[in-house]
Design a binder for this molecule. Structure first.
Ligand SMILES: [Zn+2]
Ligand SMILES: [Zn+2]
Length: 257
């Protein structure tokens, strides 16, 4: 903590205070949405892991996770800003459960930077956020994935379709479920509301956290069944699988949607 405070003080001294980091609230020198301290810390977390070349979740070793070896997700590829732990976990939690809607912009800036490094980004024609069941959205007053997608659409200049995918039934909490149970739990819970709008489109699904990948895979399936050409995924964070050879997802760390 002292280190962070010191670094901030130092940066203030150099640049003078002008703007505010949307993640930590600290004042910033320029018009950027995320301060260099948050950025460095999140980048540092990310660098501790490999990335599954298929689902984009973070791995402790290897380049493809056990789930991707065993099954075929309906999406093409996914990418995330970093692992769901430490600072990033704390921030995502604030964004999702503590009403910090303003954090959407900072997350979108970081996610856009990751997306720009993906070879498939220029194929994307439409952004679609993962929907919440209406009761959950009414209780929370906002859908964090939708806020994130809105900022991403602005930054990347890609059309946004906020009502194209709906969650047609509520699902029990996924927290205590195994991967197999999660797959069954979310099956047929998403539906493309306007099939004509997704037909022949390459779509980027936007979510906050990728856990086992079962939710985004089911969303992708609904879009593909409605005629989408391909579906990719972008999320702020993913859980970490312990090993490529014996994937054990750290479900305890992730509160299910
Ligand atoms: Zn910050
Ligand atoms: Zn994978």
């Amino acid at each position: 903590m002292f280190h962070r405070q010191f670094l901030r003080g130092f940066l203030d001294l150099i640049y003078g205070k002008q703007d505010t980091c949307t993640l930590c609230g600290h004042q910033l020198a320029t018009g950027q949405a995320v301060c260099s301290v948050c950025r460095q810390e999140i980048t540092g977390l990310r660098q501790e892991y490999n990335t599954c070349r298929n689902c984009g979740r973070l791995l402790e070793e290897g380049d493809v996770c056990n789930q991707c070896l065993q099954q075929l997700f309906y999406f093409q590829q996914a990418c995330v800003v970093g692992p769901y732990r430490d600072l990033l976990r704390d921030y995502v939690h604030q964004f999702k459960y503590q009403g910090r809607r303003d954090m959407a912009k900072g997350f979108a800036v970081l996610l856009a930077e990751v997306l720009r490094r993906q070879s498939w980004l220029d194929r994307i024609q439409l952004l679609v956020p993962v929907p919440l069941y209406w009761k959950k959205q009414a209780a929370r007053n906002y859908n964090q994935s939708r806020l994130l997608a809105r900022h991403l659409a602005d930054i990347l200049d890609i059309p946004l379709g906020t009502a194209l995918l709906v969650k047609v039934s509520d699902t029990p909490s996924q927290t205590a479920l195994t991967r197999e149970q999660r797959m069954v739990n979310v099956r047929n819970t998403f539906r493309a509301a306007v099939p004509a709008a997704v037909q022949d489109r390459n779509i980027l699904l936007v979510d906050d956290i990728i856990t086992t990948g079962s939710t985004v895979s089911e969303c992708a399936r609904a879009l593909l069944e409605a005629g989408a050409r391909g579906v990719w995924v972008a999320a702020i964070a993913s859980g970490v699988t312990r090993a490529a050879s014996e994937a054990r997802f750290d479900t305890a760390a992730v509160r299910a949607e």
